[in-house]
Unconditional design. Structure first.
Length: 318
């Protein structure tokens, strides 16, 4: 088998493991790891009979004078290792042990969701294989159970819908007609991505000396999101919405939908339209009519503080 054939076979195994695993982790496909500027070291762990057990995309990370390997892929919404379903931890531990030299004595996985059952399985196998896991909390992810909200009656409430209409009228008075565009990674345009970058530049992030943690103003991060869309399955999972006030891009949402969960990776708004809550209004528009049962906001998502009290989301550790 040539190196290209091996690469293609490994990519197919990454995709198969992600597809067969828990739906909310279905984005952990080959391209999710491979779109990084430096191609990761791909590793498919196999059992003695050749069955694919786990897929690891490893990048090199420098911490001071030290270099160590870490699981590649976007920091948001979390990092993970696709695992085969129904396998015994001892079998996975044996496969990990056979790759000890390639993995190294120290390697890093994070951020992760603290309550992830797949993480628990992996940690048990790692312990059996001789590694010791050191963990530290990084923050909280706020989860909103949309199915429960809708069961309680009309959501958003009539009062909230009325207030949002009032906010839109005030926004129109400030800058012109309000319009909203919805897109996925399958059909978004360079114009829309330019608009997202412009909103980030005019947001509170644009006031930071280091430019802030931006997803589209940062050229490297923008290339990452564009590159993962070469996988049509991942492209269909990406979602976003963009609010225009007149000819000015005013607010956006952006994330990835996997199974019943919508992960909000970034929300932001132009500070000029802060008074009447352009970002908040758009977030309600984005969620209305969605089939998702739940949504989560990554630690640091900027538009969520004004919504947490209203929707009573449940915090989860990361």
């Amino acid at each position: 088998m040539t190196s290209d054939q091996q690469h293609g076979d490994d990519a197919a195994q990454f995709d198969a493991l992600a597809q067969d695993g828990p739906q909310q982790r279905a984005f952990l496909r080959s391209r999710w790891f491979g779109a990084s500027p430096a191609p990761p070291d791909r590793m498919v762990l196999r059992g003695e009979e050749g069955m694919a057990l786990a897929a690891l995309g490893l990048a090199m990370r420098r911490r001071g004078p030290f270099r160590l390997r870490e699981i590649a892929g976007s920091y948001w919404p979390f990092r993970g290792v696709p695992l085969a379903q129904g396998i015994d931890e001892a079998v996975l531990a044996a496969a990990l042990g056979r790759q000890r030299k390639r993995l190294g004595s120290i390697w890093r996985l994070g951020p992760v969701e603290a309550g992830d059952p797949e993480l628990k399985r992996l940690r048990l196998a790692l312990r059996q294989a001789g590694w010791h896991a050191l963990a530290r909390p990084l923050g909280q992810v706020f989860e909103i159970d949309l199915a429960a909200l809708r069961q309680d009656g009309a959501w958003p409430s009539t009062k909230t819908q009325r207030k949002n209409r009032w906010r839109k009228r005030r926004l129109e008075e400030e800058g012109g007609a309000v319009s909203v565009e919805f897109f996925s990674g399958s059909d978004w345009t360079a114009r829309q991505r330019d608009a997202l970058a412009q909103i980030e530049a005019e947001s509170w992030l644009g006031t930071l000396a280091d430019g802030g943690d931006t997803k589209f103003r940062d050229p490297e991060m923008r290339r990452y999101w564009e590159d993962i869309c070469t996988d049509p399955v991942l492209a269909a999972m990406l979602f976003g919405s963009l609010m225009w006030i007149g000819d000015t891009p005013a607010a956006f949402t952006f994330g990835i939908e996997a199974g019943p969960v919508r992960y909000y990776i970034a929300n932001n708004y132009d500070q000029r339209f802060n008074q009447f809550g352009a970002g908040r209004v758009l977030l309600y528009d984005d969620l209305r009519g969605r089939a998702s049962a739940a949504c989560g906001a990554s630690a640091g998502v900027s538009a969520m503080p004004g919504t947490r009290a209203r929707w009573a989301p449940s915090p989860a550790r990361i």
